[in-house]
Design a protein around this ligand. Structure first.
Ligand SMILES: Nc1ncnc2c1ncn2[C@@H]1O[C@H](COP(=O)(O)OP(=O)(O)OP(=O)(O)O)[C@@H](O)[C@H]1O
Length: 310
């Protein structure tokens, strides 16, 4: 397939409903404790990135698996509202993924159980079913919340088809070295970059050293997000640091990395050069950190463009 026919972004990842209970302290074993608050919303890095990319103006397809249950319905509603196409299998054998989060509202400490459920069963065969979808896309994005062999197969299909690959090594777990060589962009945050390279990117200079280590392992570009210190786009010919700029008071950075990657991949799929795409991703994240929630905080293309002009 030639590049002319390719369009949009395909994202592989998990969907889980985040169910958060607030209480004055965490419950003890065997205790029933009265809560002080409750929040429920869509989560999963892949799903958040798909919502971000679609709201940021990308033509987005999201590959995952969900159960035939009420949480699965939340996923379908989330992607429909964001304008992302769900390439989703609904299965009987497992429930939709979920995370139950207990938060001590006095000090912010938490205890979490996360269950990937249906999306934990994503396999290479599921990716083979989406070969055409991936090959027709300009950009393919994945992370490590679903089984690594599914991520690997998605990246192999994308590379074979000439689709640009963006790999977000999150959460920080082991993966085969082959994935570096299949990554046009490897996009870790500071913690993940430190785990992969042994170099903590506390300064931009250190981030450049970590970037060199990621290139030496076979990635074509390193895109290291540095929280409030911005992002570094690093490759064999250039190393560009974009400082972070928030669109207002920073109130919740949950999902900032997903906002960045969604905005970046949407912009890349529209033909922006990598530095401009990283600027677009930074603006997407710079707005999302001024709003509560993850998926709920993702800005529209009009908001991002207005912020970039300001
Ligand atoms: N305080 C902030 N002000 C402005 N922009 C921010 C801030 N924090 C993060 N960002 C933007 O978001 C991007 C991603 O942030 P970060 O490196 O913290 O990702 P992350 O650790 O994957 O985030 P999370 O796990 O919370 O989703 C940064 O590169 C930056 O562009």
């Amino acid at each position: 397939m030639t590049d002319i026919q390719k369009s949009g972004v395909t994202i592989l990842g998990i969907f889980a409903v985040d169910v958060t209970f607030l209480a004055p302290r965490l419950p003890a074993i065997g205790e029933t404790l009265a809560g002080s608050g409750f929040v429920m919303g869509p989560g999963g890095k892949g799903s958040n990135q798909a919502v971000a990319a679609a709201r940021a103006g990308g033509e987005v397809r999201f590959i995952t698996k969900i159960g035939k249950d009420a949480f699965g319905d939340i996923g379908l509603k989330t992607w429909a509202e964001a304008g992302a196409t769900a390439r989703v299998q609904r299965i009987d054998s497992h429930p939709t993924g979920s995370a139950f989060i207990f938060v001590n509202d006095a000090n912010g400490q938490n205890a979490i159980i996360v269950y990937a459920g249906a999306s934990g069963t994503l396999s290479p065969d599921d990716l083979d079913l989406e070969k055409e979808t991936i090959a027709a896309s300009k950009v393919f994005v994945t992370q490590l919340e679903q089984p690594v062999d599914a991520a690997l197969r998605g990246l192999e299909i994308a590379r074979a088809a000439g689709t640009i690959t963006v790999f977000n090594p999150a959460p920080a777990t082991a993966f085969p070295d082959e994935i570096y060589r299949l990554s046009d962009y490897i996009a870790p945050n500071e913690t993940e970059a430190a785990m992969l390279t042994g170099i903590a990117p506390g300064t931009v200079d250190d981030a450049r050293k970590a970037g060199d280590a990621l290139l030496a392992k076979g990635a074509k570009n390193a895109l290291i997000t540095l929280g409030g210190n911005g992002v570094l786009l690093h490759n064999a010919t250039q190393s560009v640091h974009l400082p972070a700029r928030a669109a207002g008071e920073v109130i919740d950075t949950t999902g900032a990395g997903d906002a960045f990657l969604g905005g970046f991949s949407a912009a890349l799929s529209k033909g922006l050069d990598p530095v401009e795409a990283a600027r677009y991703g930074s603006a997407t994240a710079g707005i999302s950190v001024t709003r509560r929630g993850a998926a709920a905080s993702m800005p529209t293309a009009a908001e991002i463009e207005a912020f970039l002009r300001s």
